[in-house]
Design a protein. Structure first.
Lengths: 183, 435
């Protein structure tokens, strides 16, 4: 069970790494896109059409597809006054409980936003601008990102259960470890 | 269930979830959705869940946060901060506590190009803590100086924290950014004076002042602030003149930082990837807290809690100043245990409707909130800047760092009191902005 879980965790880490690179490229594209639009508008009075819609789509892509990786890196801030003081099984039990709450929350978010994405596609919902940009791709990314976060949390839940059943948690995957300040 | 009972139960549930270690964003979203389910049924709860996450993130104006953070991360990767610190030493090194004063001066410059106070603390900490100790400074004083000087990045624009407040309270981002200038500069000057006074009173804590270099050398050192000048001109000049919007200025600032990094031959894929990853993750954390906070505040509004609080407060006939001071007091306590972003998002749904009802200037209140939030990162037991300093210098005990930062912390309270007493410190500059 533990080795299967380790394999899943490894696969997820690889997945977050690739999604992280894609999110980084999206951020870079946002930087170039907004800058080019500003310069062209100021210098030649010719803004780049569709910048706003493109940037919004890229932002949704970068943020939602990084939700799971941010969670894996303990990047979502938490108060660890109680959890940080616990050790062993009480800590694993608490971690299992909070991870389960997280799974429940983001599974529901994913379902609700996914349903909205399907309706958006069926209605042909588009952005109110010069170019009728479809909105369903962004809405799909929101649902997908929430689902990936739920999967990451499910993995943390399983890891906590395994350690609750007797196997100690590995130091680097200790779910209750205090959040590291970002560099 | 009465409004006060709903408020009490939801507040207690939120507190329990936070103490259990559930991330702040998850806790607020969970209580918000569960509360809406309870009082309004599945319809409103699922409706909000389906729309709020997308509507929050798919916003052009929110690009400001990742761009300002990216700009700070890129500048942190370059050697500009090192050059600024070296230049500041030539100017201030001859004073008692000169290295600490130089670190504060360089932090103020760094703050003018960085949106993230954690990045500012980490960068200046790596540069100056070891240098100060090498020159005989007491470790706690050295680390304490850097820990507090790092908070300048949240006040002096561009600041992710000021933008965050402006976005969640629907205020003008540019006015909010310029409102941080006065209190930021005042803080920097008072921190420098404090370092000088501490060094004068405790000569054993600091090194012998460095020799005064010739004026020609000092003036030549000013070229080190060139990259900062370029970035300040592009970002703050662009916004102040009204030539570009805040969103455009933030992207242009990040692009300029990238070009400066490439021009100084320090740009490679690893540096860029690290800066981008850090920016994406910090932004991701902030966005999710905004989403959680919005779900929570919609629930509070649906339950009529802010209205009930405003009505109850009107019954007390309290003065707006007393109410604002009470709010800041609550934030001080919360800030000891929480990250500033979480603390702001947790309290604003309660505080902001009251502030608006009392007719308090929202920009002035925002500056006070950000000043308070910056106390949160240096107050134990949970203070991110303290942990950053510990990571940089693990041999300095946390208690020594806290002791070293105490005089500066007092200084921050003084700035808070001055901005409370004289709102013009914050409001004068935004009052002169191009419309």
């Amino acid at each position: 069970m533990s080795s299967f879980l380790a394999w899943i965790e490894g696969a997820l880490r690889a997945c977050w790494r690739w999604l992280g690179i894609a999110a980084n490229l999206a951020l870079l594209a946002i930087m170039f896109g907004v800058s080019a639009d500003a310069v062209l508008r100021y210098a030649f009075n010719r803004p780049v059409a569709g910048t706003l819609e493109g940037v919004e789509l890229l932002l949704v892509f970068a943020v939602f597809l990084s939700l799971a990786a941010t969670q894996a890196a303990r990047g979502h801030v938490a108060v660890d006054i109680v959890a940080g003081r616990l050790r062993g099984k009480p800590r694993a039990a608490l971690q299992a409980f909070t991870a389960a709450l997280g799974v429940l929350l983001f599974a529901v978010v994913s379902w609700a936003t996914g349903d909205m994405a399907i309706r958006s596609w069926q209605m042909g919902e588009s952005a109110a601008g010069l170019i009728p940009f479809p909105i369903y791709p962004s809405r799909t990314l929101v649902a997908l990102g929430s689902l990936l976060l739920a999967i990451e949390l499910l993995c943390e839940f399983a890891r906590a259960l395994v350690s609750l059943c007797g196997r100690p948690m590995e130091a680097d995957t200790d779910p209750a470890a205090p959040a590291q300040p970002l560099p | 269930m009465s409004v006060s009972a709903i408020g009490f139960v939801s507040g207690a549930a939120l507190l329990v979830l936070l103490l259990l270690g559930l991330p702040v964003a998850f806790s607020m979203a969970l209580v918000g959705v569960a509360g809406l389910l309870f009082i309004g049924g599945a319809g409103p709860a699922l409706g909000l869940l389906a729309t709020v996450p997308y509507a929050t993130v798919a916003s052009f104006s929110l690009v400001v946060i990742p761009m300002f953070v990216l700009m700070g991360e890129l500048v942190a990767s370059a050697g500009f901060a090192r050059q600024a610190y070296a230049a500041a030493r030539l100017w201030f090194g001859r004073l008692p506590g000169g290295l600490a004063i130089s670190a504060i001066g360089a932090s103020a410059f760094f703050a003018a190009v960085s949106g993230s106070s954690v990045a500012a603390t980490a960068t200046m900490g790596r540069l100056s803590i070891a240098e100060m100790r090498r020159h005989g400074y007491e470790g706690g004083f050295a680390a304490g100086t850097v820990v507090v000087a790092g908070t300048l990045a949240a006040l002096i624009p561009p600041s992710a924290m000021l933008v965050f407040y402006a976005l969640v309270t629907d205020q003008s981002v540019s006015r909010m950014l310029f409102a941080g200038v006065g209190p930021g500069v005042l803080s920097a000057v008072l921190f420098m004076v404090t370092a000088w006074m501490v060094a004068r009173r405790n000569p054993t804590m600091v090194a012998v002042p460095e020799k005064s270099p010739p004026w020609a050398v000092r003036i030549a050192s000013l070229k080190a602030v060139g990259p900062f000048g370029v970035l300040i001109f592009v970002v703050l000049g662009g916004i102040y003149s009204g030539l570009v919007t805040v969103t455009e200025a933030s992207a242009l600032g990040a692009l300029c930082a990238l070009i400066l990094l490439a021009a100084s031959r320090q740009l490679n894929w690893s540096v860029l990837n690290q800066a981008l990853t850090s920016s994406v993750r910090i932004s991701c954390m902030i966005y999710l807290i905004i989403i959680g906070g919005l779900l929570y505040s919609r629930f509070l509004a649906y339950a009529g809690i802010p209205f009930a609080m405003v009505t109850a407060l009107q019954g007390f006939d309290a003065s707006p100043l007393a109410v604002v001071i009470a709010m800041l007091g609550i934030m001080t306590v919360l800030g000891m245990f929480m990250d500033p972003v979480g603390m702001i998002m947790l309290t604003l749904p309660f505080f902001f409707p009251i502030v608006k009802a009392l007719g308090v200037d929202p920009i002035w209140f925002g500056v006070l909130v950000v000043l308070q939030a910056e106390l949160a990162v240096i107050t134990p037991p949970v203070g991110v800047h303290l942990f950053v300093a510990r990571q940089i210098a693990p041999d300095i005990p946390l208690s020594a760092i806290i002791r070293g930062s105490l005089p500066f912390m007092f200084c921050q309270f003084l700035v808070l009191a001055l901005v409370l007493a004289f709102p013009q410190i914050a409001l004068w500059l935004p009052g002169h902005l191009a419309p």
